[in-house]
Ligand binder design. Structure first.
Ligand code: SF4
Length: 447
């Protein structure tokens, strides 16, 4: 998972990029990078860690930068090396390009193999390098043509920002898997993964970048190059369930209200008698509020979150995830002791986190723990940018709901029904739900 930002502004570009990147830090906590242009060349700073760690000694304040792009990233296991940190930069005969990408190409392995057989060398483990390579290769002075030709070849999820010395460009795949938004006011033009990165600059005027749309921003202003004929909308429903910030308004759906209504639906779908409704914070909190409101059962914070930890779901290895869960969430004994608890979470992926939390709630004195999940069983891996394990490690792919209940040690277990959840969006056919259904809108390894 990643987050991207591109800004054109008259002043304070470094500060603006850092504020915007920090606003989407939840999309990636392993590394951060940015590339700034002074009009003739590109300058990059990147490193491992959070935005405020990587850029604490940024020594580029004194230059007159007007455009720049940035990236935050969570790396997959085996991909933590520095050379994978984005933005990636490419220098060709007549030009310089830098690219930051959120998503995952479903035909990366095939294209890479073809190019390697032809003698091309790759210098990173990321599919972003392939996108940058194709753009640089096809560029003959016309960036739109180069990007369209690249989009003809790559498949899957890509919300990208690119900078050249004199312009920034953004483009989104024809399915619109991952979000990408455009904001503007009199001083700034900004493209970012989520509206929080735009609103932090006090910009209220923003919209979604459309699937298949290319946007170019330079001294002449902003130009949009849509390609409506090839749009096949498949926005990631998991953005609303878990990934995006609660204040995100992606495809005109507010994530907080979506999650809250999921909690209401879940109670109506499977009512239960209990003393307290507790969230697994933070992404389970709005749903737990919705569940509590609908049921009349009091809401309480039965788990205390250490806010200085990242998201356990996206840590690279199981050992790190186990440690992260213990460090991140601690049961509140004074709240849960002797109580029948409804514990609300957004998803169960491997099942290991849920099992640990339930065990620790019981150890803290909870009399009963009823687990409620505001997404359907996660049965298939994602090929479009959410770093899920392979099928053999997805608990819902191996076990029935009753078997999962036993394995995680819950007194009862319910998942939201997919059709009920989809009633919360305007047009369910515009959404990807492949991790719940196995119906992949773009097949893996297909050229
Ligand atoms: S497979 Fe699931 S996580 Fe991946 S894009 Fe589709 S809905 Fe999102």
């Amino acid at each position: 998972m990643s987050g991207v930002v591109a800004i054109k502004t008259d002043d304070l570009i470094l500060e603006k990029l850092l504020y915007s990147l920090s606003s989407i830090q939840h999309r990636g906590q392993d590394s951060a990078g940015l590339v700034l242009s002074d009009g003739s060349s590109l300058n990059r700073i990147k490193g491992s860690g959070l935005v405020n760690e990587v850029f604490k000694e940024a020594n580029i304040y004194d230059k007159d930068y007007k455009i720049g792009i940035g990236h935050v990233r969570s790396s997959r296991e085996g991909c933590q090396q520095d050379y994978n940190i984005e933005p990636l930069v490419s220098f060709t005969k007549n030009n310089e390009f830098a690219l930051a990408h959120d998503g995952n190409l479903s035909n990366y392995d095939l294209i890479k193999e073809t190019l390697e057989n032809e003698g091309t060398s790759f210098h990173t483990h990321t599919d972003s390098e392939l996108i940058l390579l194709l753009i640089s290769r096809y560029y003959d002075g016309d960036i739109i043509k180069a990007i369209r030709k690249t989009m003809d070849i790559i498949k899957g999820a890509y919300s990208c920002v690119v900078t050249m010395p004199n312009k920034i460009i953004a483009f989104r795949d024809y399915q619109g898997f991952r979000p990408l938004m455009l904001g503007e006011d009199e001083e700034n033009l900004i493209i970012a993964s989520e509206n929080a990165a735009i609103e932090i600059l006090d910009i209220e005027n923003y919209r979604n970048v459309n699937p298949g749309e290319i946007i170019v921003i330079d001294d002449d202003g902003l130009k949009s190059y849509p390609d409506k004929d090839r749009i096949n909308k498949n926005h990631c429903i998991f953005e609303d369930v878990y990934i995006a910030r609660p204040d995100a308004n992606i495809e005109n759906i507010n994530s907080y209200m979506f999650r809250r209504r999921c909690g209401e639906i879940l109670y109506r779908q499977a009512p239960i008698e209990a003393d307290l409704v507790c969230p697994v914070p933070d992404s389970g909190t709005p749903s737990a509020i919705g569940f509590a409101q609908e049921s009349g059962i009091p809401f309480a914070e039965g788990l205390v979150k250490n806010r200085y930890m990242g998201r356990s779901f996206i840590k690279p290895s199981q050992k790190e995830r186990d440690l992260a869960v213990r460090l991140k969430l601690n049961p509140q004994k004074s709240v849960v002791n002797g109580k029948r608890i409804v514990l609300v979470d957004d998803s169960i992926v491997r099942g290991t986190t849920s099992a640990k939390l339930i065990k620790r709630m019981r150890k803290a004195g909870a009399k009963e723990v009823h687990f409620r999940v505001t997404s359907p069983p996660f049965m298939y891996p994602c090929y479009y940018g959410v770093d899920t394990p392979d099928r053999s490690n997805l608990i819902a792919a191996r076990l029935s709901i009753e078997e999962i209940r036993k394995q995680i040690g819950a007194d009862s277990l319910e998942f939201i029904d997919l059709d009920s959840m989809l009633k919360l969006v305007e047009n369910p056919d515009d959404y990807c739900k492949a991790c719940f259904t196995g119906n992949y809108p773009v097949k893996k390894d297909e050229i």
